[in-house]
Design a protein around this ligand. Structure first.
Ligand SMILES: *[C@@H]1O[C@H](CO)[C@@H](O)[C@H](O)[C@H]1NC(C)=O
Ligand SMILES: *[C@@H]1O[C@H](CO)[C@@H](O)[C@H](O)[C@H]1NC(C)=O
Ligand SMILES: *[C@@H]1O[C@H](CO)[C@@H](O)[C@H](O)[C@H]1NC(C)=O
Ligand SMILES: *[C@@H]1O[C@H](CO)[C@@H](O)[C@H](O)[C@H]1NC(C)=O
Ligand SMILES: *[C@@H]1O[C@H](CO)[C@@H](O)[C@H](O)[C@H]1NC(C)=O
Ligand SMILES: *[C@@H]1O[C@H](CO)[C@@H](O)[C@H](O)[C@H]1NC(C)=O
Ligand SMILES: *[C@@H]1O[C@H](CO)[C@@H](O)[C@H](O)[C@H]1NC(C)=O
Ligand SMILES: [Cu+2]
Length: 586
């Protein structure tokens, strides 16, 4: 315990006195008026001890074995903590008895197609959480819980993309854009961690918080040999939830402004953190290098992860779209909702027997909120317990893994082509007379407004997100294409909103809205991305090609079917109404 004992003591103290939630709500309330709403005043979860359950490993399924697979959504009960009664969840699996939260980890091989039939066996006539009827949602005529699965990060024909209007229920209702439940994925991407989750119109937040998430790994020879694998490679799916005494998920039943939206809240922040479906689990590790493939699957919570041992750092090796050009050693990792981080931790650097706490220090809301849940600004996520290198009766373990200094090519995207299409989008919120956010929009449009993003196959585009919501970052996700982050640049929001300056004038000119030169992304963000944080008060620029990630043609017709979309990946924003169609044309 020595070395990290202090932090551990402060966490166990926290567990006993259970300080966090009300203090935390008061801090939030001071920070922003709207967080005093019922949305953020849920009763705290029952007392739960830290680090008493081992980290689960969801079942794994090889979907590149040439067979047709069926993944079904069920209502299940699952133990999420030793001291919590079983929780009702919606979850994916191949059968009702094996369905789990998170769902099975699907393993695919690059360029070997996988075929999955997605089925819905959730027989509830009503959703387990209140559905807000004032926001555009699936609303099946015969009731039930509509579902449609999006494989986040996959490049695929739009009929298989899980369009929000392609939902279906177990009672045979289907959405207006439903075509099929039998999806085929080409797996033409670089090796990377993807994830599948529900994407149903207007209730994505409800279905994802209820448990409809799972990991999807694409593997291939593009990854250098030697990276930690087998027992030394672990997928971590992180989400937050809050619970009632009977184990049910505590979800607010009154919206932020009930006169406008009876049940919609602009965020869901739970007071417990789950990793692979357990609250605050621990993982026993050998004194070896481990590769952690981390998904922030939370609805709204950003993560800034750090470890309680000074000698341990995260060696970041990959992002959403695969490996980075070079590994980058970091003390902390900030991960937006829906973002993935691939990293290696070297447990040979600590004494056998060490216990290491991974904690989160991201402010909430991110990045401008004052919401912290403990006196030292950190809340636990999980614990690593380092074992002796030799277990009784076993041969000593030798680490054969290596992390090469060069991992991958830098994405070959450079903005030199004169025919680049530029797009600008404001990110805004509607605020009611008492100052609470009641709707969020991209370029002042909703999902139903006419299509404005029509991209040509083979084209190169620069998208610029002008975030005008004070203190609030939005993780923007594009379906179909991967992109690179070009730059961030602060603007004078007040002058911009009054039309007193222009974004077409570069920094230094009298009429420019920019208050600084563009800032380039750090080397840890030099990889392929499918989610980017649009920082408040900034223009955030990304560069994309309307091609397969490899740069060649899509191995399917991207112009057919119901089309694609792009949206904020804060799920409460995406549901209302920060989501827009994206159509591809020849
Ligand atoms: C999946 O199955 C295919 C075909 O049988 C095989 O080549 C591949 O190695 C398997 N992948 C894994 C991860 O087991
Ligand atoms: C749904 O359709 C299938 C096939 O047509 C049918 O067998 C089943 O009974 C229907 N279910 C309901 C609830 O109507
Ligand atoms: C759990 O408790 C809540 C509040 O008391 C109640 O509404 C709900 O029906 C209970 N759920 C179950 C599964 O018992
Ligand atoms: C946004 O759109 C609404 C109506 O569609 C309009 O009244 C309003 O002025 C627009 N706001 C901005 C900033 O363009
Ligand atoms: C520029 O992009 C267009 C398509 O947007 C392409 O046809 C053209 O070949 C590109 N030119 C260069 C020099 O890359
Ligand atoms: C100027 O900037 C606005 C966004 O503020 C954009 O809509 C417009 O297309 C730009 N015009 C040019 C010529 O780049
Ligand atoms: C732009 O974003 C950065 C963080 O990336 C932040 O430090 C800065 O304050 C933001 N600019 C404005 C004007 O808010
Ligand atoms: Cu948003």
């Amino acid at each position: 315990m020595a070395g990290n004992g202090f932090k551990f003591m402060s966490f166990s103290g926290l567990a006993r006195i259970r300080m966090p939630f009300m203090v935390f709500v008061q801090l939030l309330t001071l920070a922003t008026g709207q967080l005093s709403s019922v949305c953020f005043q849920m009763s705290p979860s029952p007392k739960l001890a830290f680090f008493v359950d081992p980290l689960p490993t969801p079942p794994s399924i090889n979907v590149s074995d040439g067979r047709n697979h069926v993944i079904k959504a069920f209502k299940i009960k699952q133990k999420l903590h030793r001291d919590l009664p079983s929780t009702e969840l919606y979850a994916y699996g191949t059968s009702e008895s094996t369905a789990s939260y998170p769902g099975p980890t699907l393993e695919a091989r690059r360029n070997v197609p996988s075929r999955i039939r997605w089925e819905n066996h959730i027989a509830d006539r009503q959703h387990m959480f209140p559905v807000d009827p004032t926001i555009a949602w699936a609303d099946p005529p015969n009731g039930g819980v509509p579902t449609v699965t999006h494989l986040h990060g996959m490049e695929v024909e739009s009929v298989y993309d899980g369009n929000p209007e392609s939902w279906f229920t177990t009672f045979n209702d289907t959405g207006p854009k439903f075509v099929t439940q039998d999806y085929a994925y080409p797996n033409s991407l670089l090796p990377s961690l993807l994830w599948y989750h529900d994407h149903t119109m207007g209730i994505t937040r409800l279905n994802v918080i209820a448990g409809l998430v799972g990991a999807y790994v694409v593997r291939g020879p593009e990854e250098p040999p030697g990276l930690p694998t087998g027992q030394q490679e672990v997928v971590l799916v992180i989400q937050d939830k809050q619970f009632l005494a009977n184990g049910s998920i505590n979800f607010p039943s009154v919206g932020i402004d009930p006169s406008l939206h009876p049940d919609w809240c602009p965020a869901y922040f739970g007071d417990t953190i789950l990793v692979n479906g357990k609250v605050w689990p621990y993982l026993q590790v050998r004194p070896l290098q481990y590769r952690f493939r981390i998904l922030n699957g939370a609805s709204e919570r950003y993560l800034t992860l750090s470890m309680s041992h000074r000698r341990l750092k995260f060696l970041k090796i990959g992002t959403d779209g695969g490996l980075l050009p070079r590994p980058v050693l970091l003390r902390s990792l900030t991960i937006s909702p829906a973002e993935r981080v691939d990293c290696v931790i070297d447990f040979r650097r600590v004494r056998p027997g060490a216990r290491i706490i991974v904690s989160n220090s991201a402010p909430l809301p991110f990045p401008g909120g004052g919401g912290i849940q403990s006196s030292d600004g950190k809340v636990p996520v999980m614990q690593f317990r380092v074992l002796e290198s030799r277990q009784p009766g076993e041969e000593p373990v030798v680490d054969v893994s290596t992390v090469p200094a060069r991992l991958a090519k830098r994405p070959p995207l450079v903005p030199h082509n004169a025919s680049i299409v530029y797009r600008h989008f404001t990110l805004t919120e509607s605020v009611n007379p008492v100052g609470v956010s009641t709707d969020l929009m991209l370029q002042n449009r909703t999902w139903e407004d006419p299509v404005t993003e029509v991209s040509r196959i083979g084209g190169t585009e620069i998208w610029q997100f002008i975030n005008l919501t004070p203190g609030l970052a939005h993780p923007i996700h594009l379906h179909l294409v991967k992109f690179v982050v070009l730059s961030f640049q602060s603007i004078d929001v007040t002058r911009f909103e009054r039309g007193l300056c222009s974004l077409n004038e570069s920094f230094g000119r009298r009429d420019s809205c920019f208050v600084e030169p563009p800032r380039l992304p750090e080397p840890e963000d030099w990889g392929w991305k499918d989610v980017v944080t649009a920082w408040p008060g900034n223009v955030t620029r990304i560069l994309l090609r309307v091609t397969s990630q490899s740069g060649s043609k899509f191995p399917f017709d991207a112009t057919s079917g119901p089309g694609y979309l792009w949206h904020c990946h804060l799920l409460s924003h995406e549901d209302n109404a920060m989501m827009r169609p994206l159509i591809i044309q020849r």
